[in-house]
Design a protein around this ligand. Sequence first.
Ligand code: ATP
Ligand code: SF4
Ligand code: MG
Length: 314
Amino acid sequence: MTLTVNDLRVHYRTLRGEVRALDGVGFDLADGEILGLAGESGCGKTTLGKSLIRLDGRMRHAGGTVTLDGDELPLSDDRAMNAYRFHKISLVPQYSMSALNPTRRIGRMIRELLASRGVSVDTGELHRRLALVGLDPDVLERYPIELSGGMKQRAVMVISTLLDPSVLIADEVTSALDVSNQQAVVGALRGLRDKGLVTSMIFVTHDLGLTSHIADSIMVMYAGKLAEKAPTKVLTTEPRHPYTKMLIGSLPQVGARYKDKPLSGIEGSPPSLLNPPAGCRFRDRCPLADSRCAEEPPVVEVAPRHSVACWKAA
Ligand SMILES: Nc1ncnc2c1ncn2[C@@H]1O[C@H](COP(=O)(O)OP(=O)(O)OP(=O)(O)O)[C@@H](O)[C@H]1O
Ligand code: SF4
Ligand SMILES: [Mg+2]
């Protein structure tokens, strides 16, 4: 087992109190697995990715453990995390392709980054990795502005995986791309896993349709908690959690006319994570809610590798 996350709680300190962005999340990531992490904006996807790499000054590890290849990660100890960060677990941050330094050529940026980590990668190996994600070696001589969005995103992926991490977290790496660039990026991610340069991956997106193309399993989060996790085929064809069902039901179908099949959204919005209500957090929006839902549903394994947090899912 590559990664085991157990009851992880990470809060943001704010002037109004603590935002409970991750509030008791647990899951496993197996060797070779690509896990899609989905859920609407603000449910805690980026917070989960960041927690496994670096807690920024406003984040607090409020509880729970993360074990990677048998070692418990020292999440609250920024210095001790250096032994893991980028070496064993790496992140392609949300919006990172737009954050590349515009005044540096890609090659120089990579050399400086490696030097700052005290490691080196020979040119032949770098070219091999660029080829693997479909990039020509001449991108090393180019400035970020000279690359398309998809090329920049693939360059960031190469940079993030130079040290062959056990786990790569790719946070919304396809969100700002057109369909062909999305395919190139998704193909590149699979290639990195298939060639063993990355053992396992967490592919974060709010796009459930896209994640079902790349992920072996999918985890849906809602308001800082796990709603459902299952193998991709199971989650997309036999979802048990009402929220997952509504997410899948709201995906647009190509060719369907609005007058024949109007787009259905999920009415309402998630609760504030500053003082989240007791009980099931989906209660206000759930068509199946009843008095029992005033109590928090436990995460139950309803079938092998299929976990759901809903009283009505069993
Ligand atoms: N620096 C911060 N200070 C306070 N609250 C924050 C901070 N960053 C995030 N949050 C809150 O934490 C929760 C989770 O945010 P997060 O960015 O992890 O969501 P997300 O699922 O990645 O959303 P998106 O799909 O929009 O990227 C949200 O309620 C958000 O408002
Ligand atoms: S526990 Fe209740 S409110 Fe929550 S998703 Fe299930 S039925 Fe709906
Ligand atoms: Mg995010």
